[in-house]
Design a protein around this ligand. Structure first.
Ligand code: BG6
Length: 486
């Protein structure tokens, strides 16, 4: 169904995120008739483009990034009519007046301000919008992650935004929460009675969460080098995934109930003290290597030779100090320029307590539930079965395989498509609340501090590999190995 008419103002309207994610997502929703024809998308940047120039730029991007059958000339043409561009220097509040002229005084429409820019600008932009009288009771603001670079800066930014928008109209986006498999995790856990009795440290040995990307930092080196993998991915995406795996059943699929439960998990993360950081974390940085047979430069070359110590890979062992999870570690890892572009959550169950089958003295492969976020979204449950044949009983682990693409035969929407519509509909359930973001920073900060204090370089790994040796050592110390799904 169509959402109500809205004006969506995108700060950072010519940036990487807007071009690669937001506009394609809005386009696809418009093409499917979900955007009201009267809705406007107003891109804000310092580029000096006019509407026509911006429309050309977006059209080129849509044609380049979407398959031809998704981007017909007619559908793209219709979408471009929604677009406007305006040049604003956000530090000059006087320039916000021009935005007011476009938006007018219609308070019937939902107004969304999407801040797809560096979080240091969030406060300034909100004050600019407020002083130009552009914030009305139906206005919402969307904040991209990471919010700040540590707890103090996140609090300051949240305070600044909070002087203009009340918490219920602040949408802190973590696009991982909009991914199909991530939402499906909630359904799998809470719409099937089978799993929940096993969902605890009594039955689960450990959990692995891997988000590996084969892309490098591309054109985002300026931002990335100040962030690194822990701030860019772990503090938000990976911890949010951990929360959804670990949280208690919320009483309803409701904005406060779900977020309350996630918050409790973040508050239960065992804090890393100094000695833990060396033992339970590993950071790496990619060097030159091969991705799909093609030579790619190392991270420092991507930064034009700057002697950076920023990590492009992080692996951690995380412990949750509560009744359900005590004794079940969660291993997280994420990296750029890895061998595979794959994200998955692996829930590894404990082995059977005793084997009755001859030849299995070394142990029987434990059950494993694998939730594949990308590519090939799906769920696999590895069970042990008997190999067919008249001989003895030979055991073999085989997966029960649910592929979303094969089962549902319909294209899966991108996370941003879902989340942008949720903003217009006024549903913040899949967005992070202030206390969650700050709890995640509070837990992350000692790791960042210990890394900085150690003076050590991140371990080098060649592009196109599965990360530095320290990541393997980290999990093998506990007698476990990283799962590599074929
Ligand atoms: C973003 C990070 O939040 O997520 C990027 O800033 C990363 O560095 C991206 O590449 C990964 O998202 P996805 O949806 O491609 O897995």
């Amino acid at each position: 169904p169509q959402v109500e008419p809205c004006d969506m103002v995108v700060f950072g309207g010519t940036g990487d995120l807007a071009m690669r994610k937001l506009l394609p997502a809005l386009y696809l929703r418009a093409r499917d008739g979900q955007l009201d024809p009267g809705s406007r998308i107003v891109a804000v940047s310092r580029s000096g483009l006019d509407d026509a120039g911006y429309r050309d730029k977006v059209a080129a991007e849509l044609r380049a990034s979407l398959p031809a059958e998704s981007a017909s000339a007619e559908a793209v043409g219709d979408f471009l009519r929604h677009l406007h561009h305006i040049t604003i220097d956000v530090s000059e509040h006087a320039t916000f007046g021009a935005l007011g002229e476009i938006l007018g005084t219609d308070t019937e429409r939902v107004r969304v301000f999407y801040l797809a820019c560096a979080s240091q600008l969030f406060g300034t932009i909100c004050r600019g919008l407020d002083s130009a009288g552009l914030v009305d009771p139906r206005s919402r603001v969307v904040l991209e992650k990471p919010i700040g670079h540590d707890l103090a800066s996140a609090r300051r930014i949240n305070d600044e935004v909070g002087t203009v928008f009340p918490e219920e109209r602040i949408y802190r986006i973590d696009h991982y929460l909009g991914k199909e498999t991530v939402q499906n995790l909630l359904v799998l856990r809470f719409a099937n009675a089978l799993l929940e009795p096993q969902w605890n440290s009594g039955a689960i040995d450990h959990v692995q969460i891997t988000v590996s990307e084969s892309l490098g930092v591309g054109g985002r080196a300026g931002y990335y080098d100040r962030a690194g993998a822990l701030r860019d991915m772990v503090q938000n995406h990976l911890l949010q995934l951990l929360c959804l795996v670990a949280m208690e059943p919320p009483t309803a699929l409701d904005r406060e109930a779900v977020r309350d439960e996630k918050l409790k998990v973040l508050q239960a993360l065992r804090p890393m003290v100094e000695g833990d950081v060396a033992r339970a974390t590993c950071r790496g940085q990619y060097g030159a290597g091969l991705i799909d047979g093609a030579a790619v430069p190392g991270y420092r070359e991507d930064l034009d030779g700057a002697p950076s110590r920023t990590e492009t890979f992080a692996a951690l062992r995380v412990d949750i100090a509560n009744w359900r999870w005590s004794g079940t570690p969660f291993y997280l890892r994420t990296g750029k320029r890895m061998e595979r572009h794959a994200s998955e959550i692996v829930v590894q169950f404990r082995p059977v307590p005793h084997s009755i089958f001859p030849g299995t003295e070394g142990g029987i492969s434990p059950n494993r539930l694998v939730l594949r976020l990308q590519p090939d979204e799906g769920v696999r449950l590895h069970l042990v079965t008997k190999e067919p044949g008249p001989g003895g009983v030979r055991l073999r682990p085989v997966p029960l395989n649910l592929s979303f693409a094969e089962t549902f035969q319909s294209p899966l929407p991108d996370a941003y498509e879902r989340l942008l519509l949720d903003v217009i509909r006024g549903n913040p359930t899949l967005f992070m609340r202030r206390d969650e973001v700050e709890a995640a920073w509070a837990w992350t900060e000692p790791i960042l501090a210990a890394w900085a204090a150690s003076g050590e370089e991140p371990q080098r790994y060649a592009a196109g590999t599965s990360g530095p040796p320290g990541a393997t050592a980290l999990i093998e110390r506990d007698g476990r190995t990283w799962h590599e799904e074929d």
